[in-house]
Design a protein around this ligand. Structure first.
Ligand code: ADP
Ligand code: ADP
Ligand code: ZN
Length: 214
């Protein structure tokens, strides 16, 4: 089962992807997490990606596509995976189709988590990320159990630099220009599934479970 998560920045793709990965025992592959890990480790890729991420721009396709294709070829993806934050452009979607076809596979479900722009800015302001393990929380909607530190690793929680309102506005513009066209792309492929991302986290997940067991 190959699943991709579509939706604006902050729509809740990562939150739902994690729940899918846990329930179906498949890897959760987040390109944003991969880039942040590279930045943290000071790799060449991390240095290149950071310049784009800090401005709210997409990292160029050529830096993303091979990385994901290599990841999909790893053995733990054989039974499926959930891709979160990839593809984000039409060329990335085409590259994904091609990479999977080379392995005799295809995307089974493209889940679009729909949240209006108005909700995104406030939602992002409350998002907190763990510097240790990358776990995501929300001050109001997904708080930690233990106060100001990460439930999993006790790491420090921060507001991501690119979650500040000015950068979020830029990311939303880029989303509408470059990523939203993927909804048409996967509608034509006949695999798009819409969920209302303004509902409670658990309500959305119940809808997704229904979609995946259809
Ligand atoms: P969000 O969870 O808010 O949607 P991500 O963590 O997925 O954000 O991504 C953070 C940043 O990493 C993006 O704004 C972009 O700069 C870069 N990025 C992540 N995935 C991709 C991708 N598939 N193509 C290009 N850039 C990407
Ligand atoms: P994305 O991966 O699409 O950028 P996240 O899953 O990181 O989005 O969610 C963005 C922020 O909103 C996080 O702080 C998360 O805890 C919170 N969040 C996720 N889903 C919901 C929801 N249905 N209602 C309210 N807040 C949510
Ligand atoms: Zn942590």
């Amino acid at each position: 089962m190959k699943i991709i998560m579509l939706g604006a920045p902050g729509a809740g793709k990562g939150t739902q992807a994690k729940k899918i990965a846990e329930k179906y025992h498949i890897p959760h592959i987040s390109t944003g997490d991969i880039f942040r890990a590279n930045i943290k480790n000071g790799t060449e890729l991390g240095k290149k990606a950071k310049a784009f991420m800090d401005q709210g721009l997409l990292v160029p396709d050529e830096l993303v596509v091979d990385l994901v294709a290599d990841r999909l070829a790893q053995v733990d993806c054989a039974d499926g995976c959930v891709l979160d934050g990839f593809p984000r452009t039409i060329p990335q979607a085409e590259a994904l189709t091609k990479a999977l076809a080379g392995m005799g596979q295809k995307v089974d479900f493209a889940i679009n988590v729909e949240v209006p722009d108005e909700n995104i800015i406030t939602r992002m302001a409350g998002r907190r990320a763990c510097v240790g393990c990358g776990a995501t929380y929300h001050l109001k909607y997904a708080p930690t159990k233990t106060g100001d530190i990460c439930d999993t690793c006790s790491g420090e929680l921060i507001l991501r630099e690119d979650d500040k309102p000015e950068t979020v506005k830029k990311r939303l513009e880029i989303y509408h220009e470059q990523t939203q066209p993927l909804i048409d792309y996967y509608t034509k492929e006949g695999i798009i599934k819409e969920v209302d991302g303004t509902q409670d986290i658990d309500v959305i997940f119940v809808e997704i479970e229904k979609i995946l067991t259809q």
